[in-house]
Design a protein around this ligand. Structure first.
Ligand code: HEM
Length: 253
């Protein structure tokens, strides 16, 4: 069931964004969320926690259970990530809070981008480990159906992917500048064909880009030959820097 829900979101998000990689990513994810396998209760999952008399090494993430025996050096006794076994500690995969309180499947306060990161982990386990089944609890009902909680998480995932696609689009349009600071000359920003991690055939010129939501500014490179930039009220030239210059010294005031 979840497979089809995810596939459906895939099609709508991909159509909405026109983004090929997103579509591929989502279809891969659809494979992640298999309906197949066993339905386990927490008591049964706990038997696979790697402690004495343990039946093996299982962990759950977003209610999907995986056999992580292959990664015994990480998950077995003495391993750096042994605390993940025998339970669903989804939250800790993105917070890095490995205390008992942090090792929980409550992901309700995670941001959409954290949920995207969590699904990246799910995709990792699907790729590298054997899927065992689903855990009855927060994400799957007694009959193995996705719960309302899981549906909310999926909605947050869709939102996170939308934000990620927007950010990537903006980064392509306005790649970040290079920057440096020295005590004698102060700050300098400049553009090159590789700045901001975006490889391109134009360098552009530095401009300040205001983010209306946050009130913050950042240096971005804009193409002088693209007239759409001149209509963008959030772009501003650097003080005392010629509009055509590829490099600007930052004034101290
Ligand atoms: C949110 C924080 C983190 C989480 C949830 C996390 C989780 C994990 C997990 C689950 C594995 C095992 C992967 C597998 O099954 O192969 C792993 C491996 C590893 N992690 Fe982390 N980790 C975190 C942060 C870090 C940090 C900050 C470092 C380094 C300073 C680090 C270094 C490593 C190393 C070296 C491995 C072993 C890679 C290998 O041998 O294949 N991790 N991590």
């Amino acid at each position: 069931m979840l497979k089809y829900v995810v596939a459906l979101i895939s099609v709508s998000v991909a159509l909405w964004s026109g983004c090929e990689w997103l579509n591929l990513w989502f279809w891969e994810l659809a494979e992640v969320s298999q309906d197949s396998g066993r339905l386990l209760r927490q008591e049964e999952l706990s038997l696979y926690n790697g402690r004495e008399d343990s039946r093996g090494l299982y962990l759950a993430i977003l209610g999907q259970v995986f056999d992580v025996e292959k990664g015994r050096k990480h998950y077995g006794p003495g391993g750096g990530y042994r605390f993940f076994t025998g339970r669903d500690a989804s939250r800790a995969f993105v917070t890095g809070d490995f205390t008992e309180a942090g090792l929980t499947d409550d992901v309700s306060d995670l941001s959409p981008s954290q949920i995207v990161a969590l699904y990246d982990w799910l995709a990792f386990y699907q790729k590298d480990y054997t899927h065992v089944g689903r855990l009855i609890g927060r994400f799957y009902s007694e009959s193995g159906k996705p719960t309302d909680v899981l549906q909310q998480v999926e909605a947050s995932l869709a939102q996170g992917l939308k934000l990620k696609a927007q950010a990537e689009k903006e980064n392509e349009l306005y790649p970040a500048c290079n920057s440096e600071w020295s005590s004698d000359r102060g700050g300098r920003v400049w553009c090159s064909t590789k700045s901001g991690g975006v490889h391109r055939d134009w360098a552009g010129v530095p401009r300040m880009l205001f983010s209306p939501g946050s009130g913050q500014t950042r240096c971005v490179c804009v193409r002088l030959d693209d007239p759409t930039h001149s209509n963008n009220p959030n772009l501003q030239e650097y003080k005392d820097c010629p509009p055509q210059a590829e490099s600007c010294l930052l004034s101290q005031d």
